[in-house]
Design a binder for this molecule. Sequence first.
Ligand code: XBP
Ligand code: MG
Length: 259
Amino acid sequence: MLQAVIFDVDGTLAETERDGHRVAFNRAFASLDLPYHWDTDTYIQLLKISGGVERLTFYLSRNAPTLAEAERARLAAELHRRKNDFFRELIAAGRIRPRPGVLPLFDSLHEEGIQLGIATTGSREWVTLLLNSLLGTNRVLHLRAVITAGDVRKKKPAPDAYVHALEQLKVTAEHAIAIEDSQNGLLAAKAAGLPCLLVRSAFCDEPDVHHADLAVDEFGTPEKPAQILWNPHDIAVDGRISVETLRSLHSACSAAGTR
Ligand code: XBP
Ligand code: MG
C-alpha cells in the first residue's frame, strides 16, 4: 500500500533552475565583476553536476585555470553565498511559482493520509524559505521529512537523501514513491529502491526517461493536460497526475517487483 510520497524540489515543485538559480548565479558573477555568464545551454550542461558549489568549482577549474586550488575553493564558496542571497531575494519577490498541478496533488495526498516528504540536493539556506513560499505554512506543516544537501554525505545521484527521508518518514521503500524532474534525481530515487515518477522540467537535458516507472511532461491541469513521455506499466493518466495515478503506479511496480 502507498504510505508516502517524497517530492524533489528543484525542477519538480517549481522551475527553480530556469526562474531562480541560473539568474542568481549570473547576478553573483556580476556582483564580483567577473566575466562569466551562464546562458541556458551552458547551465543545462552544468546541471549534470549536483550542488551549486560543486558546479561553480567545476566551472572555475575550466575557466579560471590559473587560480590556485585554495583560491578557487574560496571564490566558489563566496559566489555560492552571494547566489543564495540573490536566490532568496527572487523567492521573496514572488518570482518562483509552483509548477501547475503540483499543489492540488500535494493536498489530495495529504487528505488521503499519505505521508509527504522532501528530498533535495539544495541548501537549507534557501529550501525552508522556498517551501514556505511555494507551499504556504499550512502545507509545510504536513511535511514529515525535509532532507537537504547538508543532511547527507553524498548528493544525488547518490541515494542518500531518499534513504534519509524514508528513515524520517518511518516508511520502507516498498511503500513509497519518489517524484523527480531530472536524471540525477531519477537515479537517486531508483538507487534508494523507490518507484519514480518523472515530471520532466524545462532545464532537464534529455534524461533517460526509460529509467522512470512513469514519465510525463507536467503534473497536468484542465488548461494544460499532462502528456505521457514513458509508461512501461501502462498506467491510466487522465490528463493529470492524481492520487489514483500514484496508487496505480505503486501497485504496478509492486506487482512487477520493480523498485
Ligand atoms: C538541484 C540541485 C541544486 C540546485 C542549486 O537540487 O542540484 O544544486 O541546482 O542549489 P534538487 P544549491 O533537484 O535535488 O532539488 O546551490 O543550494 O546547491
Ligand atoms: Mg530536481
